[in-house]
Design a protein around this ligand. Sequence first.
Ligand SMILES: [Zn+2]
Length: 139
Amino acid sequence: MTDRGLNFPAGTPFLALSQTELRRVAGECITAPLWMRVWLLALADANRIGHAEFAPGDLQARLGAKVNPNTGAVVAVSPQAVSNAVRTCKQHQLITPESGTRCLVLSHHLAQKAGHGTRSCRRHGIFVHEAHELHEGQK
Ligand SMILES: [Zn+2]
């Protein structure tokens, strides 16, 4: 682990993204494919262990509307459409198989978050104590 909390293999290029802007784009770009918007929300809400938790119905509410590519009509995002989008993200390996509509999980090799943020997930029953984090940092 580095002093910035990131641990990509040596030589791996990486970049930092604004989670605030990712959240905005996911909500506003209703012409984008729904699976892409779900992935943006996974990135936007990821905590220090790559989990993005959502209250029941929250993921659907935050996606709001989408444009039907066949008709051009703006329609409300349905729960089934959210589930399908999550499944597509899994197929593309953008989120891990343990993901669902209540928690989107990013793999460590894809995304890591430094700085502030929780290291827990109620949905998956994970809580990392700070003492453990310090122990890992000393390795
Ligand atoms: Zn989780």
